[in-house]
Design a protein around this ligand. Sequence first.
Ligand code: ZN
Ligand code: ZN
Length: 60
Amino acid sequence: MPRFECGICGAVFSNGDVLAAHIRSAHGAGSAPSYECEICGQRFNDEASLVSHMSGAHPR
Ligand SMILES: [Zn+2]
Ligand SMILES: [Zn+2]
């Protein structure tokens, strides 16, 4: 029986769909690329959100 293991936390699931749902809900990682703030590590789904975060949270 195949095992599907989460690469992030090591939890094991009996099928890929459950694993994918786990990754989305538990780790917030979907198929969309994520943009990560270099300063505080916060992640965003799109570049525009990251840019507005940078100007709001880390103004120079
Ligand atoms: Zn996990
Ligand atoms: Zn930040």
